[in-house]
Every structure is written in C-alpha cells, then in structure tokens.
Design a protein around this ligand. Structure first.
Ligand SMILES: NC(=O)c1ccc[n+]([C@@H]2O[C@H](COP(=O)([O-])OP(=O)(O)OC[C@H]3O[C@@H](n4cnc5c(N)ncnc54)[C@H](OP(=O)(O)O)[C@@H]3O)[C@@H](O)[C@H]2O)c1
Length: 323
C-alpha cells in the first residue's frame, strides 16, 4: 500500500506546542515507538523512553539532535514485573505530571517454542498485556492528577482473526498453563487483551479526564519481524523482496494513529474505542475517516463483561490490590 493510503494526522495536531508536557513511550528505541517519540520531541514535549535496552534507547535518541523537546531514557523490562515496579517508582519520584502513556512495546514469538517472563507469564502475552497492565495501574493516580491525559495501547489488526477463527482471551488460562502453544495465536490473543483493557479503562476512568484508546498502526517496516524459525525467515525474506513495498508502511506513517489518539482534539470523544490505520483486511476505508475509530470485526474484542473479568483477574496475577 503506498503512502497515499495512509491516514495522516491533521497538520494542526502535529503543530501543537507540547512544551511542559510529559509522555512515556514504551519500546521507544525502535520502529513505531521511536517515530512516535520523535514527533513528540519535535513538538517540544519531554518523552521518557522506556526501553528494555537503555543503550539502544540512547543510540536511537541521538537522531533527535536539534529538535525542540527533550527526552530521558529509562530502563523498563516488561517481561519482569519487578522492573515495571522499579520503573514506575523511579518515574513517580522524578516527575510530577504525565500527559500521555503509550504502551507500545511488543513482540511476536515466531518460534513456536514456549518462552516465559520472569514471573511465569507466556512471553508475548506477558510483555504486551500484563507488563503494560501493571505499568498503567501504577501510574493511574498521576495520570488522573495530570488530567486531561491519555493512555494509548498498541493492538493489531491481528486481533481480528478471521470469521471462522476469532481470537479471544482465555480467562481460565491466562498464564498458558494448559494450552498448546501456537505462537501467533498468543500474539492475537494478547492484542485482544489490549483492546479490552482500553475499553475497561475508559469505562472506569469516565469523568476523570483520563481517556484510553487501542490502536492498529498499519503494517510497519519496523524490527518486528526479526527472528523466527528458518522457514519463517525465508518466508519473510521472500515477502520483503516482493510484496512488502506495496503493503507495508514506514514507521513514521505507522506512528500516525498513536499520535492521533494522543494529541488530537477529536480523540477524547472516542475514549475506549479501537482506532485503525488502514489495513489490507479492512476494505471499507470510509469507516475510518475523521479520526478512524472503528468497530472491531471481532465480537470477542467488544465484550465489556470479558474486559472487566480480565482486569479483575489481572490484579491478582500481577499482585496488585484493588482499591
Ligand atoms: N510492525 C507492525 O506491522 C505492527 C502491526 C500491528 C501492531 N504492531 C504493534 O506495534 C507495536 C510496536 O511494534 P514495532 O512494529 O515498532 O516493533 P519493533 O520495531 O520490534 O519494536 C518493538 C519494541 O518493543 C520492545 N520490547 C520488546 N520486548 C520488550 C520488553 N520485554 N520490555 C520492554 N520493551 C520490549 C523492543 O525492545 P528491543 O529493541 O530491546 O527488543 C522494541 O523497542 C507493538 O506492540 C506491535 O505489536 C506492529
């Protein structure tokens, strides 16, 4: 898909003065997170780049030289809940406001081998959902105190599956203890969880001035497809040589939907909704005009009852007491 099909954030939004605003972007050293960060810094904002590998964050941030805003790289390993707690504690010690939290980091385990986080969650689900869940909950009071503020959770079109196979969160086995591991299924399930969490947050936070969104960024030419088995790598190389130029987007293009949710005047009237950049799977482009919120084609990603149960269970699983 060429550049003309990308839905860009309007110019006024990308010209807003963000001086004195503070943002956190997870996975800010690479891909969509790096370009989201660059735009916020360009507009004068201060971004805490929450990176698993701080040296990679520092290296990536060298490219911000000359931009108006500022940044700090802080270590955050979403596969380790103690690291999440340490990050949140340090952030709360050093900052007294938070205008936007972008839960962007993620991975898709392409090996079909079960990997676990330090706390025993399946790795893809643990990083994409549980790590971000704990991070968000620990920062909620500051987000409320900084309102109006926003939370953006990166999901994916992959959450939709197909009409015959709609991914869903398995509330009876959130730690993947009884199920066979089929890795992309885990990725899809994690992305359903991100959408449900954004819905639940929006509902819980109504009236506080804190709004929440889930996002599909398009198909980004990021570092996302690294690794995998030999077969997967051969397939990806072939795709890069053939269809990639027609169906993928630059990381700058893929940051547009996150930026729209984080900065536009329109987004707060759609708190809790799923925003999609274009996708080859979504043929009806009209449903994304004017801010691009759309109804997920997956009914399992629209069920508030499941969202509430997921959040309830998550509190226990990450060791948080509910107020
Ligand atoms: N690329 C796409 O086409 C696409 C499509 C739909 C949705 N998305 C979503 O978009 C988001 C951004 O992905 P991307 O395409 O920009 O991929 P990317 O270039 O691979 O960036 C992923 C980021 O997540 C970080 N990360 C991975 N594991 C982590 C952990 N344990 N703790 C903290 N950070 C961790 C990575 O850090 P390291 O560099 O240290 O590994 C990296 O900074 C993801 O949530 C992804 O699911 C992407």
């Amino acid at each position: 898909m060429s550049r003309k099909n990308v839905l860009w954030v309007d110019e006024a939004t990308l010209a807003k003065d963000l001086r004195s605003r503070v943002y956190i972007v997870t996975g800010a050293n690479s891909g969509v997170g790096l370009e989201t960060t660059r735009q916020l810094v360009k507009q004068g904002g201060h971004v805490v780049m929450a990176c698993r590998r701080p040296d990679a964050g520092e290296e990536a941030a060298k490219s911000f030289a000359g931009l108006d805003g500022s940044y700090e790289v802080m270590r955050l390993d979403l596969a380790d809940l103690q690291s999440v707690r340490d990050f949140a504690a340090e952030f709360l010690r050093n900052y007294d406001r938070l205008d936007g939290l972008v839960c962007n980091a993620g991975l898709a385990n392409l090996t079909n081998e079960l990997e676990r986080t330090k706390d025993g969650f399946e790795l893809t689900f643990g990083v994409s959902y549980f790590g971000h869940f704990l991070l968000t909950e620990l920062l909620l009071d500051l987000l409320k105190a900084s309102a109006p503020s926003r939370i953006v959770l990166l999901s994916s079109v992959a959450h939709a599956g197909s009409p015959r196979n709609r991914p869903r969160v398995h509330l009876d086995d959130l730690k993947y203890e009884t199920r066979e591991v089929k890795n992309l299924a885990i990725y899809n399930e994690a992305k359903v969880a991100n959408i449900l969490y954004a819905m639940e947050l929006a509902d819980r936070l109504e009236g506080t001035g804190v709004t929440a969104y889930s996002v599909h960024p398009g198909w980004a030419r990021s570092n996302f497809d690294k690794g995998g088995s030999l077969g997967v790598r051969v397939m990806l190389t072939l795709m890069k040589l053939t269809v990639y130029p027609f169906v993928t987007d630059s990381n700058e293009e893929s940051a547009q939907t996150t930026l729209h949710c984080l900065l536009s005047d329109d987004a707060p009237s759609h708190s809790g909704e799923y925003f999609s950049q274009h996708s080859v799977l979504y043929r009806d482009k009209e449903c994304r005009r004017g801010g691009w919120p759309m109804e997920s084609p997956n009914p399992n990603a629209r069920d508030m009852e499941t969202a509430r149960k997921l959040v309830e269970a998550s509190y226990g699983l990450v060791g948080l007491e509910r107020e």
